[in-house]
Design a protein around this ligand. Structure first.
Ligand SMILES: [Zn+2]
Length: 347
């Protein structure tokens, strides 16, 4: 399978935080041919272990399997679903979206609805509808029918978006945050056939709700070095100032210098920059991001773990569809491989 095909499968799968099962089974399948062992820990993290030389450093790669989404909160007497949010979702992007409710009986299509604009009062039309004023219509006549269709409180709800290719080497789809990190990690492990380091390729759970899976996985592994593969905001679009979001699509992976939860260990940053320059891989440096990644938690494991982040510039993160360049993914993989190969000599 090509990188784009792996990304397509991962992107189309449902994996709302805490309900990563579909992504988890894909990750196990995709990692298996390239590692010595695939484990699942108690929280649901997938850990692919590729053994290196004896006493060689242990490297933990982390890419989160979960995505933002919604959960069934209540069902009204009339059969409409009210929902809770999981992860950072901007209320403004919810209205009129097509969604899928994942029930035990199978997936159900639905639409996020609201009172039609025609009958809204002037001041109602100006205001942003918050998620608790919206509802999902699955075409049920009443509460009883909704129940018969299989809907239960707590069922995950995802955006109904399918992967597609546009432009030159550009792809769009759901949950690239962080399925593209997962796809890059799989491909990197595949190319690290003869690595000296022992590699732990971890698909983490519950990143979007507080970096939870990475916390327990890192405790168990206690690596010598940790690298999170994630996405970052590509700000090359109308209305965004350079100073607000300087990272651009098609210009290579972004290396975090510091974000809200991590100051990249200087040795790791040096390793990544040196690897990029030696191999002539384009890269961008980024600092001051308000969010964080799994690396923040990995770095605070036990007595501490030097960590860094390699991010793929992605447009429209945390909205139903996002967009990225496959050339940035390819360069992220190249850089991950080059850096890991350098670790035994330079770390
Ligand atoms: Zn992410």
């Amino acid at each position: 399978m090509t990188l784009a095909e792996v990304l397509e499968k991962l992107s189309n799968a449902c994996g709302i935080a805490g309900r990563e099962e579909e992504v988890r089974s894909l990750m196990k399948k995709f990692l298996k041919p390239y590692v010595d062992e695939v484990k699942e820990d108690k929280l649901g993290n997938v850990i692919g272990i590729k053994k290196g030389k004896k006493n060689a450093p242990k490297v933990m790669l982390a890419a989160h399997m979960d995505e933002i989404g919604l959960l069934v909160k209540t069902v009204s007497k009339e059969g409409f679903i009210q929902f809770a949010k999981i992860g950072g979702i901007d209320d403004r992007i919810l209205l009129a979206q097509n969604v899928i409710v994942y029930t035990e009986k199978g997936p159900l299509h639905g639409i996020i609805g609201s009172k039609p604009p025609h009958i809204q009062k002037e001041d109602e039309r100006k205001k942003i509808l918050t998620y608790d004023e919206l509802f999902i219509d699955i075409g049920a006549e009443n509460q009883e029918e909704t129940r018969k269709m299989g809907v239960k409180i707590g069922d995950p709800i995802g955006f109904d978006v399918k992967f597609f290719k546009i432009g030159k080497n550009i792809v769009a789809g759901k949950a690239f945050d962080d399925r593209v990190g997962c796809a890059a990690m799989i491909e990197a492990v595949k190319r690290l056939k003869n690595a000296e380091c022992t590699i732990y390729a971890v698909g983490t759970v519950q990143e979007e709700v507080g970096l939870r899976g990475a916390t327990t996985a890192a405790f168990g592994i206690y690596p010598d070095i940790g690298i999170a593969l994630d996405v970052t905001i590509a700000g090359d679009m109308p209305g965004v100032k350079e100073a607000e979001a300087p990272i651009k699509m098609r210009k290579g992976p972004s290396l975090t210098v510091a974000d809200y939860g991590l100051i990249t260990h200087p040795k790791v940053l040096r390793l990544l920059v040196d690897a990029a320059e030696e191999c002539k891989i384009p890269y961008q440096l980024e600092t001051g991001l308000p969010g964080s990644t799994d690396a923040a938690r990995i770095s605070l494991t036990r007595e501490g773990v030097p960590c860094g982040v390699i991010s793929i510039p992605t447009r429209y993160i945390h909205s139903p569809s996002s967009l990225l360049s496959l050339s940035d993914v390819e360069n992220t993989i190249k850089l991950t491989v080059a850096a890991i190969q350098k670790i035994p000599k330079h770390f």
